[in-house]
Write a protein that binds this ligand. Structure first.
Ligand SMILES: [Zn+2]
Length: 471
């Protein structure tokens, strides 16, 4: 039962859960009478449970009548509440959101994230601050810098020179260009030595450079999450070591026969690969016009979307850059093709899920009109209401699913004895209505309890640091 500190401290990412200075006696919590939901099980949720939490871990979970609660322990009345494992957002960009996204995520029940490429020194510094308790934020697994085609990086330099000089400053410091096989091998070696959790490829140059990156990552035991590759087919990429596909699969469904589409899905199954559709950002990019995107900078922004009050100046600057980049496209061609692309994205998820492909819930937080924290709940709603997943399967994609991707499912992802105490207490049943994941009563992360009052205080603090709309 005794929790091994050595195991946890050996894993750099598990910050904040094994604080040696925390007094075990003071941090014991008993959540009594709660309904426990296990997204990995097809069994009905179990009512009347007691969760005993101490030293950052779940020490016991079972019927309230049988779990002994030591004297003097803080009790939380869990009757009428639903406990789900702490949520993950499997696609987040902290370099776009800025640091205020960290408490926003936790305030929304997101206790872990898969960061999708950023400045490794910043991420490590945040992890250290979270470990010592001076910053509240989710556990982070990170690939470090994003691997790109050199052509993309040159284009950023060029666009920045002609337009906004801040673009290059914001984009280039955490990207590595992969020109050929030799630079692929060198880059993977650097990433291994910096102990990243996986590899992220966004754009790919030559097929040789792309495949060399996959080969080397596989040889070094690293998973690879990548956008749909330009260099080779999805099937070839999945066969060659790409373990996760990010964003929509293009072209849209109607331009590819159902059989051709199915053969792509089959490659995921053959390779035990993951799919992170990021429906939230797809919808924002495919369906909302430039005017909608621009309106979020205007005086009416708060009326359009109350979440705008939490957007930091840093995030808004990035959104503006993205909107400016889109401005080159003609709105009419986008509107016509994008409804089709959106429907195609939904059809992909529906069919892949039916076939048994592992789906991960990720938002692309930081991209234009994607709100850190809040939008994980929107991603879950889209997975259920638009892509047809059962609420339990949507929860899987945001709990035990990403924990498995991260190879942390023995410690995270379900509420079981011996696991890290990351959970969200809800006021209503998310299996009845997935929108109930927003009805957060409390969050526990690494055994630390955040009451509704605590969460509201965190939200107020982020608001106070955010950019208020100009009048
Ligand atoms: Zn992304």
């Amino acid at each position: 039962m005794r929790f091994s500190l050595a195991v946890v401290t050996a894993t750099a990412f598990l910050n904040g859960c094994a604080s040696g200075s925390r007094k075990v006696a003071d941090d014991t919590i008993a959540i009594v009478g709660v309904t426990v939901i296990d997204p990995s099980s097809t069994q009905p949720a179990i009512r009347g449970q007691t969760l005993l939490i101490a030293g950052g871990m779940i020490r016991a979970v079972g019927p309230s009548a049988t779990v002994a609660i030591p004297a003097g322990v803080r009790r939380i009345d869990g009757r009428g509440k639903y406990a789900i494992p702490g949520l993950w957002d499997a696609h987040v960009h902290f370099m776009n959101t800025g640091v205020t996204a960290l408490p926003l995520l936790v305030a929304n029940g997101v206790t872990s994230v898969r960061e999708m490429g950023g400045h490794l020194d910043s991420t490590r510094a945040w992890q250290e601050r979270m470990r010592v308790g001076t910053l509240i934020g989710p556990r982070i697994i990170t690939p470090g810098p994003i691997l790109e085609s050199p052509t993309y990086l040159e284009r950023v330099v060029e666009r920045s020179r002609r337009g906004d000089p801040r673009l290059a400053l914001r984009v280039l410091p955490y990207r590595i260009g992969i020109a050929d096989s030799a630079s692929a091998v060198a880059a993977i070696d650097t990433l291994v030595s910096r102990r990243v959790d996986f590899v992220k490829i966004r754009t790919s140059g030559s097929p040789a450079a792309f495949l060399a990156t996959l080969r080397e990552a596989r040889r070094r035991g690293l998973r690879v999450a990548a956008h749909q590759p330009g260099a080779v087919s999805i099937g070839t990429a999945l066969d060659s070591g790409q373990t996760d596909l990010e964003h929509a699969i293009l072209p849209a469904l109607s331009r590819l026969s159902p059989a051709a589409r199915d053969s792509i899905y089959q490659k995921f199954l053959d390779n035990d690969a993951w799919y992170t559709p990021t429906l939230t950002v797809s919808r924002a990019v495919m369906l909302s016009g430039d005017s909608a995107a621009r309106a979020i900078f205007g005086a009416d922004a708060l009326r359009l979307d109350a979440r705008r009050a939490y957007a930091s100046p840093w995030l808004l600057e990035w959104w503006r850059m993205q909107v400016d980049e889109r401005a080159g496209d003609t709105a009419s061609t986008r509107a016509a093709s994008n409804e089709e692309a959106w429907q195609s994205s939904l059809a992909d998820v529906r069919r892949m899920h039916a076939l048994g492909v592992n789906i991960l819930a990720g938002t692309d937080a930081g991209s234009v009109l994607v709100y850190p924290g809040f939008d994980l709940h929107e991603e879950l709603r889209l997975l259920v209401h638009d892509a047809g997943l059962q609420p339990r399967d949507a929860l899987w994609s945001a709990t035990i699913g990403p924990a498995r991707f991260a190879r942390l499912d023995s410690r995270l992802g379900t509420l079981a004895t011996g696991k890290i105490a990351d959970l969200v207490l809800l006021d209503a049943d998310p299996l009845v209505d997935i929108r109930n994941t927003r009805r957060i009563f409390a969050v526990v992360q690494g055994g630390r309890l955040f009451s509704r009052n605590d969460l509201d205080r965190m939200l107020r603090e982020v608001r106070s640091r955010a950019a208020v709309p100009s009048r």
